[in-house]
Design a binder for this molecule. Sequence first.
Ligand code: ATP
Ligand code: MG
Length: 201
Amino acid sequence: MADSERAQRHRNRMQRKKEVVDAAIAHADREQGLLLVLTGNGKGKSSSAFGMMARALGHGMRVGVAQFIKGRSDTGEEAFFRTQGNVIWHVLGEGFTWDTQNLERDTETAQRGWAIVQTMLRDPSLDLIILDELTYPLKFGWLDLTTVLNDLKHRPPMQHVVITGRGAPDALCDAADTVTEMTDIKHAFRSGIQAQKGIDL
Ligand code: ATP
Ligand code: MG
């Protein structure tokens, strides 16, 4: 095939692609607050959520964060975002009792946490809310899924919410606008490498 013919084919192909993309963009003409769920066993759920947080802050938006499982208190994201304006940061899992398996206390802690989230979900000045690891209290039954779904549904119409955690319940994924499942293909931890600053925490 001559070079000119190859170039013409390429132009035709790109033109068809452009038409498809332009039509898709023209079709997506609404604006609304989104509910996103980042789930699955692979790495990248919380870090993706905090990437969106950086984007939102860059646009001058206000962001609220609620972390439901406090695995550690020394994460880079917490240290960094707490120094920024427009950020409200709640750690709601401090009282979770992994050792004693005290269901009553865990339920109480989770519900106290959800009450704080409810105040954020009623605050239209918050443009984005990140509910990090929310799937765990749902999975363990510490929070009532119906209540959570109902509160999410009645949030301000332009407020975005990102929920992270493994094993997101089907009903939550059904309610979401965007759902991503991170697939675990390989993780350094399994070859004996400990969590690395800046990458894992
Ligand atoms: P990250 O915060 O890095 O985006 P994540 O939110 O997707 O991870 P979590 O289930 O919240 O994953 O786990 C948090 C920690 O466990 C992180 O340090 C992460 O690197 C690590 N981790 C995530 N997935 C795996 C995995 N499949 N195997 C081992 N460790 C993992
Ligand atoms: Mg996480």
